[in-house]
Design a protein around this ligand. Structure first.
Ligand SMILES: NC(=O)c1ccc[n+]([C@@H]2O[C@H](COP(=O)([O-])OP(=O)(O)OC[C@H]3O[C@@H](n4cnc5c(N)ncnc54)[C@H](O)[C@@H]3O)[C@@H](O)[C@H]2O)c1
Length: 284
C-alpha cells in the first residue's frame, strides 16, 4: 500500500512538519503544503534536524534519511493534493480557516480522498458536514512532538464510514503509531481530561493554594507526570489552552469547564508561555 499511497499535509508548523516527517519516513509519498514559503523552509530544516537526531541516536541510518527526504515534496500549490488518497489538515485552530481549506480541497481532490483534521478540539462533525464527504471525514489527533509520541487519537463522527476508520487505523499503524478510537464530543478524550486539570492548577495558583513550583512539584512527584500542569500549559501555549477550555465550556454548558480568570488575563496580556518567552515561567 505504502508505495502507491499518497498523503498530503496542510500546514507545515509544529504539528504539520512532524506529521510529514513520520509519513515520509513510513514510506508514503508525502506532500507538505503551506501558504507561507518561509514556513516550508523552516519545516524542512526541522525535519532535517530531527532526522539527524534519529541518526545520532542510531534509530535510523543515513540511507533512511535519504529515502525519507526523497518521499517528501514541499509546495504552496494546493493543486498538488489532486491525486492524494489522504489529506491531513494541520493549520491553526480557527474554525473558519479550517472550513475554507476543506472546501477548497473538496473541489481539488477526487471523491475517494479521505479528509482528516488534526484539530485539538474543534468538532469533527461540524467540519465534515461542510464538505461533500462526511463519510470520508475523520479526526487524526497526533500528539506533540509527533516523531516521538506514540498516540493518534482517532475521532469518528456518526457519519464516518467503517471503511474510512479501518483505513486510518491501518495508516496509523504503518506510521508505527498506536491509534485509539473515540467519538466526536467536545475535547474528545485527551483534552477533555487534560485541559480541566491544567485549568484547575491555574485556579490553585490564583487562589494562592501553593506556589507554581509547588503545584508542578506535587503533580510531578505525586502523579508521576513528566511535567507539572503549569509548565505543560506554557509548552502547549496559554492561548491554545484557553481556546480548548472555551470549546468545552460552550460545548457542555457546565460551569466545571469555565476558564480560570487568571488564564484569560494572561492570554489578553500576551503571556502565552514558551512561544512568547513568558507564561507561568520565563524562557530565553
Ligand atoms: N501544537 C500542539 O501541541 C498541537 C497538538 C495537537 C494538535 N494541534 C492542532 O494542530 C493544528 C496545527 O497546530 P500547530 O501548533 O502545528 O500550528 P502552527 O501555528 O505551528 O502551524 C500552522 C501552519 O499552518 C500554516 N497555514 C496557515 N494558514 C494556512 C492556509 N490557509 N493554508 C495552508 N497553510 C496555512 C501556517 O503558515 C503554519 O505553518 C491546530 O489545529 C492545533 O490545535 C496542536
Amino acid at each position: 500500500m505504502k508505495n502507491k499511497f499518497k498523503i498530503a499535509i496542510i500546514g507545515s508548523g509544529t504539528m504539520g512538519n512532524g506529521i510529514a516527517h513520520v509519513s515520509a519516513q513510513s514510506g508514503f509519498h508525502t506532500t507538505l503544503v503551506d501558504i507561507d514559503k518561509n514556513q516550508l523552509n523552516k519545516a524542512l530544516q526541522n525535519i532535517n534536524f530531527n532526522l539527524d537526531r534519529q541518526i545520532n541516536k542510531k534509530v535510523i541510518s543515513e540511507i533512511d534519511k535519504k529515502n525519507t527526504l526523497n518521499k517528501l515534496n514541499m509546495t504552496t500549490d494546493f493543486e498538488n493534493c489532486k491525486n492524494c488518497d489522504l489529506v491531513i489538515e494541520a493549520v491553526p485552530e480557527k474554525f473558519e480557516l479550517k472550513v475554507s481549506i476543506f472546501k477548497k480541497l473538496d473541489k481539488i481532490c477526487n471523491s475517494k480522498t479521505i479528509f482528516a483534521s488534526n484539530t485539538s478540539s474543534i468538532s469533527i462533525s461540524e467540519l465534515g458536514n461542510k464538505t461533500s464527504r462526511p463519510t470520508k471525514f475523520i479526526g487524526m489527533h497526533f500528539m506533540n512532538p509527533v516523531p516521538i509520541m506514540k498516540l493518534i487519537e482517532v475521532i469518528n463522527t456518526i457519519h464516518t464510514s467503517k471503511d474510512t476508520t479501518r483505513k486510518i487505523i491501518e495508516i496509523s499503524e504503518s506510521m508505527k503509531k498506536i491509534p485509539i478510537q473515540c467519538n466526536d464530543y467536545p475535547g474528545f478524550v485527551s483534552n477533555r481530561i487534560l485541559m480541566p486539570m491544567i485549568n484547575e492548577a491555574i485556579f490553585c495558583l490564583e487562589q494562592n493554594v501553593a506556589t507554581k513550583e509547588s503545584i508542578d512539584g506535587i503533580m510531578k512527584l505525586g502523579m508521576s507526570h513528566p511535567m507539572g500542569p503549569l509548565q505543560l500549559a506554557d509548552f502547549i501555549g496559554l492561548d491554545v489552552c484557553l481556546d480548548i477550555m472555551e470549546v468545552l465550556w460552550n460545548g457542555f454548558n457546565d460551569s466545571k469547564y469555565r476558564p480560570c480568570t487568571l488564564l484569560k488575563s494572561m492570554v489578553s496580556s500576551g503571556l502565552l508561555g514558551k512561544k512568547t518567552g513568558r507564561g507561568f515561567y520565563t524562557y530565553d
